[in-house]
Ligand binder design. Sequence first.
Ligand SMILES: C[S@@+](CC[C@H](N)C(=O)[O-])C[C@H]1O[C@@H](n2cnc3c(N)ncnc32)[C@H](O)[C@@H]1O
Length: 283
Amino acid sequence: MQIKAAGIESARDWDDLVLREHEQTERFRDPPPDEDPWAVMAGNFAPPDRDEADLDPAVPVVETYLDKSDTVIDVGAGGGRLAIPLARRCSRVIAVEPSPAMRARMDSAINHLGVGNVEVVPATWQDADIPVGDHVVCSHVMYAARPILSFMEKVHDHARKRVTVMLRERPPQGNFHELFERLFGEKRIALPAMPEFRRLLKSLDIEYDLHRLEDRPHGVFRSAEAALARSTQRLFLNPGSPNAKRLAELLPTCLVPNRPNGEGVRFKWAEPQRGWLVTWSTE
Ligand SMILES: C[S@@+](CC[C@H](N)C(=O)[O-])C[C@H]1O[C@@H](n2cnc3c(N)ncnc32)[C@H](O)[C@@H]1O
């Protein structure tokens, strides 16, 4: 990867956004619980069953770029949502995942589904000591990755053939920003997402193919109670804390019935999440 001044500058802007978002989070959050932060959400990142009825729409796109004999490296593989379906489409998957709760979810799926070609590496991408693969996949991980330049260099250098990155147009917490602002009276600093990634790729002279993935409903909940539980968690509050109580009072003024689409409630301002798949050759 050729790194010029423009690349260093846009990477610095990216890192700065991540730092400022984290600094703001720390100022308003409740004390973090001891457990793995992914423990409550790991179930959302489980792979589909053998019938692949709820296969992530990125998988068939990645498949068009894969050879059966390829080794895929999945960076931040979570519960194996992509790693396991991809393992059916290539020779081997190296799934790098630092969260114990996510790894437990992936291990249980590997056993349950009888998958024999996924190797789970318990590390962050920055620390992972793994061999080069053919295709590196990184799905919904980069929003908080820092320093982004060395993260990207490692991704690029570990791919003999291709890199594929999935990101949303807005960061995953996007629909909770308005709630944060109403609760704390301060503009929420957004993590980098697709617009910043496009800028980064341009500054690194990387030419890529772009695929628009399906929009995903977001800011939608099956009930007001579920909305409160998820919002408490997304604003890093502990149930019963003074700010969590203020949130419980505020939230009903922010929700409307989720008509005409379906059951439950949604934020008044809820917008679906627009998903992107970005892929480039490293050959
Ligand atoms: C939103 S989940 C996405 C999981 C999976 N890629 C998917 O699309 O279903 C983000 C995952 O990235 C992992 N992660 C966060 N920072 C990471 C890092 N520096 N290196 C590797 N994985 C990381 C988290 O532990 C988590 O499992």
